[in-house]
Structures are given as structure tokens and as C-alpha cells.
Design a protein around this ligand. Structure first.
Ligand SMILES: Cc1cc2nc3c(=O)[nH]c(=O)nc-3n(C[C@H](O)[C@H](O)[C@H](O)COP(=O)(O)OP(=O)(O)OC[C@H]3O[C@@H](n4cnc5c(N)ncnc54)[C@H](O)[C@@H]3O)c2cc1C
Length: 426
């Protein structure tokens, strides 16, 4: 549907620079995918050290939260209360299970009430527009690293254990903070371009800028799809279909339409959009870490490309990419000048840049950036997956396709599995 390969990992090209949808790092937790990417990229794959900081109460905290930071940087009274709460909740959790498990109950167990309220409650509400008590426990389990006593002990003993690289699972994937990560001089988009090149070399073809608008269903399979490119429409017959279309939109494309239960389930699954403000800054390095999280200003996360080794034009400058999580109906999503203005004003207020250092400012958007794991989303998702499962030649994969917070290497793994399924069905 876009003019570039790679989807969310492919980035956008604006005035000669590649802007990533949040710089994409290649995570190396699956040996099969890692081997393939190493072979494909050779020396162009660069090892990357991620540094993450959260700005809060005027201080920068490391993330995941470290005990040292909590002890040294929070006011003494809060530290005492946090430790007390942390021990109480961790102990209570071993004996009493909450009546309804939600993201709030998981975070209370992991952090105690004081740290939960300080670091997560209002932040989640600000970023997602929904309180943690309305999120499924899966949201906390898959998205937020824990800081419980067991994990601290585990971390202490880790250097003494053998590290065994395990095959990545695609279901209920949880991103690990540890482990090797990589980038390239042109970011993740270079990996996507090389993969695209290999597909063409092997005889495949890639149709850019084409949108699938209809799936024709007959005899329990997808017989053909309608594809639109501007005013030009085509009907393509298909033997097999692997879809990365957001799963909540897929049912609506089927002709004849699936039953009301499927369409009703699709309406219940929501995605959150992310609006990106990309700034070319006339300075080599701007932020004190590669990624920074803010909670009291217009954007929730910002990245500085100088840490990633990605080439920037002009070469003495850097690119900052600020993320605003919002609904696609929000004022900030629609009024792009307003988005630019609030981000620039906040960067100046935070003393990170001076107005005269800004060389360019661009907006780009991802409407289906984050699946929202609201309470009971699992049930609605299953209804949709069952419907897909009933169509013998249709597979749905990927972040939007499976409504899962997967990273790119897991989306690749899903594609491997989908290809294996086709091969074994022939
Ligand atoms: C802000 C952000 C930062 C991230 N950072 C990282 C990171 O650092 N490392 C990492 O590994 N992962 C990261 N991810 C996750 C990564 O982006 C996804 O895992 C990966 O892109 C999923 O690939 P996909 O093919 O499932 O989906 P996508 O990349 O979204 O691709 C879906 C494709 O389907 C196409 N499409 C959709 N509908 C239609 C239609 N009707 N017709 C035709 N085509 C259609 C889209 O145009 C797109 O090309 C991040 C995600 C976000 C949102």
C-alpha cells in the first residue's frame, strides 16, 4: 500500500533523509532469523547499544527502573514508602490472587502502589487515554519489564549461568531488554530493502502502492482479491493469501461478509495511532540517551539518531524523532502544525534544543501502531482468528495481523511459519 518496502520497519524518506517509525532496532533473539539477516547484511549490520532514560520529577531515571536510581533520586520519604509498599505487595502476591487480573493488578504486584502510581498509572492513562485497570494483564506482561525480588535475584546470578539462545516463540512474545541488538547505516529500512531485493532475485514480484480492498470468498477459501492503485483496479486470483492487514479490518473486506459475530468482534479491537515529529537539528548529538521517555509533556518518547550510526544529511547534524500516541480523531493528529509547535516548544523548554538549531521539521504517522490490549480483547481476537482459520488458504500474520506487540524479527518468524504451512500443504 505504501511506496516503500518494509511497512512500519521501512520508514519514510523525507528531503533525502530516512525517518524511521521510531528507529527500528533489529533484535537478535531468534537464531534462525539472526543467521539469515547476518548472511543478507554482512558487514552492514552494526551492533547497537541502547540507552534509555525516563525524565521524571526533574531527574533522569534509567529504564528498566534500577534500584539504585530509585534509592538515590526519589525524595527520601517516597523511597521509604516505595520499599515498604514493594515488599508488602510482593509478599501479598505470593498468597492472595486478585479477583480480576488487570494491568493494574500486575503492576501493583511487581512494583507496589507507590512506584506504580508514580511511574505507570498516570503515564499509561496519558499515553493510551485508558487507565491500567481497563487493560488486560497481558498488556503489562508483554510490555512492561518487572522489577520484582525474584527478577533481581535472577539478574544477580545471571552472569554465572550459561546463556543458551532459544528459538523465539511467536505467540505471547515478550520483548527482552537484554541481548544483542543491531542497526545499519540506513536504519532498519536497509534490511527491508535487501530482503525486497532477494525476493525479486528469486523470481518474486513486489507491487508497491497497491491496496487490497476486497477478498472474494468461495468454498471456504479466498478465491481472489481486489487490488486498487489510484483509479486502476485489478482482480488477482490466489492460491494462498498471507495477510498483514490489521485483523480488525480484514473481516470487513470479505465478500460475502462474515457473520455479525465476526464483524462485532472486529469492532471491539482497537489500535492506537502514533504521530511522529521528525526534526533535523544542527548539532551532532542532542539527547543524553538514545531513547528518552517523558511523562509531563506533549510527546511520550523521543529518539536521537546520532546514537544509531544512521547517516543524516547534513552530516554534522542529527535527527530527533518524537512520538505522540493518540487517536486518529484527536486534534493533534489532524492539525499537523499544532503537533510541530507543541513538540518544538517542549524541546526548547526542556533545554534540549535552541530554536535556531532546527533545520527541518516533518510529520509522519502510523494509524495502527499499537494494538490496545483492553480487558477481554483475547475473546474478540479469538473470534477473528477462528474465522480466518475456517478459510483454508488464508493466513494472518504480523503485528497488526495477529494483534500482537511483536518486533520485526518475530513478524519475520511468523512469515517463515506461514511459508512452511503453504509448503507442507502442497
Ligand atoms: C513506534 C514503533 C517502534 C518500533 N520499534 C521496533 C524496533 O525497534 N525493533 C523491532 O524489531 N520492531 C519494532 N517495532 C515493531 C515493528 O514495527 C513490527 O513488528 C513490524 O513492522 C511488523 O511487521 P508487519 O509486517 O506485521 O506489519 P507492518 O510493518 O505494519 O506491515 C504491514 C504492511 O501491510 C500493508 N498493508 C496494510 N493494509 C493493506 C492493504 N489493505 N492492502 C495492501 N497492503 C496493506 C502495509 O502498507 C504494510 O506495508 C516498532 C513498532 C512501532 C509502532
Amino acid at each position: 500500500m505504501s511506496g516503500r518496502v518494509g511497512g512500519l520497519a521501512g520508514g519514510v524518506e523525507l528531503n533525502g533523509n530516512i525517518y524511521e517509525y521510531g528507529p527500528h532496532i533489529f533484535h537478535a533473539s531468534d537464531p534462525e532469523v539472526l543467521d539469515d539477516i547476518k548472511t543478507l547484511m554482512g558487514d552492514d549490520l552494526i551492533r547497537f547499544d541502547r540507552t534509555v532514560k525516563i525524565k521524571f520529577m526533574g531527574e533522569y531515571f534509567d529504564f528498566p527502573l534500577s534500584i539504585t536510581d530509585v534509592l538515590l533520586k526519589l525524595p527520601f520519604g517516597i523511597v521509604v514508602k516505595s520499599i515498604f509498599d514493594f515488599i508488602c505487595y510482593a509478599t501479598k502476591a505470593r498468597f492472595v490472587k486478585p479477583e480480576v487480573e488487570t494491568t493494574e493488578s500486575v503492576l501493583l504486584e511487581s512494583y507496589g502502589r507507590t512506584l506504580y502510581e508514580l511511574f505507570f498509572k498516570s503515564y499509561i492513562e496519558q499515553v493510551w487515554g485508558v487507565p491500567p485497570s481497563q487493560f488486560s494483564p497481558e498488556f503489562a506482561k508483554q510490555r512492561i519489564p518487572r522489577m520484582n525480588i525474584l527478577q533481581i535475584i535472577e539478574k544477580f546470578f545471571k552472569p554465572f549461568r550459561n546463556r543458551v539462545s532459544k528459538v523465539e516463540r511467536t505467540e505471547r512474545f515478550v520483548e527482552k531488554i537484554e541481548g544483542e541488538i543491531f542497526t545499519t547505516r540506513r536504519g532498519f529500512s536497509l534490511i527491508a530493502e535487501r530482503m525486497g531485493g532477494e525476493i525479486v532475485k528469486l523470481g518474486g514480484s513486489i507491487h508497491l502502492n497497491k491496496k487490497v480492498t476486497e477478498l472474494f470468498v468461495a468454498d471456504g477459501r479466498v478465491s481472489s482479491v481486489r487490488v486498487v492503485d489510484g483509479d486502476v483496479e485489478e482482480i488477482l486470483d490466489c492460491d494462498h493469501v498471507i495477510s498483514t492487514i490489521p485483523i480488525n479490518l480484514l473481516g470487513g473486506l470479505a465478500n460475502p461478509a462474515p457473520d455479525k459475530k465476526v464483524l462485532g468482534a472486529a469492532e471491539k479491537l482497537k489500535f492506537h495511532g502514533t504521530l511522529f515529529v521528525g526534526l533535523v537539528v544542527n548539532r551532532g548529538k542532542v539527547l543524553p540517551a538514545s531513547f528518552m521517555y517523558f511523562r509531563e509533556i506533549s510527546f511520550n518518547r523521543i529518539m536521537d539518531l546520532s546514537y544509531f550510526g544512521i547517516e543524516v544529511k547534513p552530516n554534522h547534524g542529527t535527527i530527533l524523532i518524537a512520538e505522540i500516541n493518540c487517536e486518529t480523531s484527536d486534534f493533534v493528529w489532524i492539525e499537523e502544525n499544532h503537533a510541530k509547535e507543541i513538540v518544538i516548544n517542549d524541546l526548547i523548554r526542556e533545554n534540549l534544543i535552541a530554536p535556531e538549531e532546527i533545520l527541518e521539521c516533518h510529520i509522519f504517522k502510523a494509524s495502527h501502531a499499537y494494538p490496545m490490549y483492553l480487558l477481554n480483547y483475547e475473546k474478540h481476537l479469538q473470534t477473528l482468528l477462528d474465522w480466518v482459520g475456517d478459510l483454508s488458504n488464508l493466513q494472518t500474520i504480523g503485528r497488526q495481523g495477529r494483534f500482537q506487540y511483536v518486533n520485526s524479527h518475530v513478524a519475520m518468524k511468523m512469515a517463515y511459519q506461514a511459508a512452511d504451512n503453504i509448503i507442507s500443504s502442497i
